[in-house]
Design a protein around this ligand. Structure first.
Ligand code: AMP
Ligand code: MN
Ligand code: MN
Ligand code: MN
Length: 284
């Protein structure tokens, strides 16, 4: 048995590093049968009003969403927030602070790339940036593909933008406790995004889940575009072990780059508590 609702609670628009508008995403989600949708731009909720209106225009239910960048034991971890009040002052301020260092970091990334002969990457990435406060590694990747340095964005990340590579600049994001608190105090539910993507040891992963729960986190992504079928099973067990609700989301960014379409992943299995069951009163 599966939870029959087609919910897609993770994707990105031009407000962060996606290539589609909130309206185009809503239309695409509905076209794939999505019934409950959330737009979860990185560190930014500026697209939420448009996404809500577009969801309703398409006949979908909506949960507010965001994906917050956090630094935990020296690694970047993403925490998805769902169903929060977009006008909550602490959340708005916290996200603004989290976005704050991105432009400075981007300039340092460009300096790193210049040392291996790639000139003008900051200026080159800018035309791909939809939101001036949200320059991301993805925008550099698109520039390096368009200018012929690499064949696709995966190759750019592998050769230039990940740890140890010339364009990588470690960044200090939000604290785990702060991100979870901003979301929960604003009436939402915090969710660990794509846990299989992190390179933690088993002990470090245990610490992440334990501390997350201790701070009031309530969910984990089980079915995501970043997980293999085997990882759906692994993290279904983790969800049950830690007493966390399960979420499902494609992490869709772009028709050309994303291998997972909105609303097309397997449904959550019936042994899990879907995260939207905790958010009945927050669904719009
Ligand atoms: P940033 O927040 O600037 O560090 O950029 C992180 C974003 O880069 C993620 O949200 C993904 O959209 C993208 N990304 C990370 N790793 C990869 C990869 N290996 N291939 C393609 N895109 C990636
Ligand atoms: Mn992204
Ligand atoms: Mn992510
Ligand atoms: Mn994402």
């Amino acid at each position: 048995m599966t939870h029959p609702l087609n919910a897609d609670l993770h994707c990105h628009s031009v407000v962060s590093d996606g290539t589609l508008t909130p309206e185009a995403l809503a239309e695409r989600a509905r076209g794939n049968g999505v019934e409950l949708w959330a737009l979860t731009d990185h560190d930014e909720i500026g697209g939420q009003a448009r996404a809500l209106a577009a969801a309703h225009a398409q006949g979908m239910k909506y949960l507010t969403g965001v994906e917050i960048s956090v630094t935990f034991i020296g690694q970047t971890v993403h925490i998805v927030g769902l169903g929060f009040d977009v006008n909550n002052e602490a959340l708005v301020q916290g996200l603004r602070a989290t976005r704050g260092g991105r432009t400075h970091r981007a300039r340092e990334m460009a300096e790193g790339l210049a040392t291996v002969g790639i000139k003008g990457a900051f200026e080159g990435a800018l035309p791909y940036v939809g939101n001036p406060e949200l320059i991301s590694r993805t925008h550099f990747a698109r520039f390096l593909v368009e200018s012929g340095v690499c064949r696709d964005t995966a190759e750019v990340f592998r050769k230039y933008l990940t740890e140890g590579k010339p364009g990588y600049v470690p960044h200090r994001w939000a604290e785990l406790k702060d991100a979870v608190t901003w979301i929960t105090q604003a009436g939402g539910v915090a969710v660990i995004a794509h846990p299989a993507r992190y390179k933690f040891t088993p002990n470090q992963e245990f610490a992440l889940f334990t501390e997350f729960k201790g701070h009031g986190g309530q969910g984990v992504e089980v079915v995501t575009g970043s997980h293999s079928a085997a990882e759906f099973v692994t993290y279904a067990h983790t969800a049950q072990e830690f007493g966390l609700a399960a979420s499902r989301g494609s992490d869709f960014h772009s028709p050309l780059e994303s291998h997972t379409e909105l609303g097309t992943l397997p449904l959550l299995s019936s042994e899990l508590t879907p995260v939207w069951e905790l958010l009945g009163h927050r669904i719009q």
